[in-house]
Design a protein around this ligand. Sequence first.
Ligand code: ATP
Ligand code: MG
Ligand code: MG
Ligand code: MG
Length: 439
Amino acid sequence: MRLSRYFLPVLKETPAEAQIASHRLMLRAGMIKQAGAGIYSWLPLGFKVLRKLENIVHEEQMRVGHIPMLMPTLQPADLWRESGRYDDYGEEMLRIKDRQGRDLLYGPTNEEMITDIFRAHVGSYKDLPLTLYHIQWKFRDEMRPRFGVMRGREFYMKDGYNFDLTQEDALHSYNRHLVSYLRTYERMGLQAIPMRADSGPIGGDDTHEFLVLAETGESEVFYDSQITDLKFGDREVNYDSHEACRAVLEEFTSRYARTDETHDEALFNEIPEERRRTARGIEVGQIFYFGTKYSEAMGATVQGPDGKSVPVHMGSHGIGVSRLVGAIIEASHDDKGIIWPEGVTPFHAGIVNLKQGDAEADAACEALYAGITALGLDPLYDDRDERAGGKFATMDLIGLPWRITVGPRGLKNGVVELTSRRTGESEEMAPEDAIRRLA
Ligand code: ATP
Ligand code: MG
Ligand code: MG
Ligand code: MG
């Protein structure tokens, strides 16, 4: 992409309404624009990151055998009357009437709708196990929308639902989700720690939240510092194996890690004092096993091997895709701007032309652009007729991992400058070598 032809409305001033770094930086970097309280437009740069996160979520879901689909944002109230949640959900639910006077709602989550789909089409244990998911906009009329996309009212969420014949199978689905989430967040450059949590309006006993440690997080968390040494890495896991998934779950959940809702001071104090940590965290996902709560209420049954009809065991599993954009920035920025992890960066490298219009500099930039593109990577070329200082500030603000600076002086010696956004270190090298370093 050439910046002269892109739409990147960066702001010079720090917006007064933004209280935390990620909100401030997303506004300043032209990633989002507020449309209403807790409702945002995703401008091209923000949209690119959102899509990258969405793709990672899809890839990791499909890797473990979960099946993508898409349910609507608007749902008939009657489904929620069946589960009893139409009355229970309270004011967070946005309720709408259509012209026929029918009650609709903008979905805050989809347990009822997926259960309705399941009961209409699945009747035998032979069709199990089954996990369906979608990534779709949700609406919750939050009392205090704030921090930009971190607590929006409209937000983008992956929600998945497993259907199993037995509790044991459903707990395997739960464990498999936990394992796949570890891999998903790591690919985004994040450490998200699974913590024992409270089930809230979804109901059920087994649930973990995934938290990214950050000073601006809304949850208070308590954990054993050993947990931050754990890495999922590129290990191969047999996701169909109950033992393999359980082993990973045990590795990542055996140390103390809880949010304030489930914190147990006595248990916490059993950890050696130097390992006890109290911090703040951002909830970026949650998984639940809730048994037959919805299947019984809504008649989602299958015929078992013995011919008897039994309600299926279910769980639901969410990832806050739009919140993650903010969470990644909270975890990775400095006073100049965002620092994107390689896996989610909107562009792989920025090319800064110090002397636009100089034939040699222009040609060198074009060659770099072509070379980087040929690697299958996505460069952003700042080809505007602007001062170098302004170009550097924009690159630092939008946080691409690499910047290649091209100017007549360097070109006389056959070199350009490659700068790492994370370390700030620069190195001069031939243009071909700079391209090679990005590969
Ligand atoms: P919170 O405690 O932050 O209100 P939640 O527990 O109500 O979140 P879940 O029902 O567990 O949320 O939804 C799954 C995920 O969706 C959350 O882990 C979070 O990442 C994301 N999410 C929930 N509410 C919002 C929101 N208002 N804005 C952005 N993302 C959200
Ligand atoms: Mg909530
Ligand atoms: Mg929560
Ligand atoms: Mg939650």
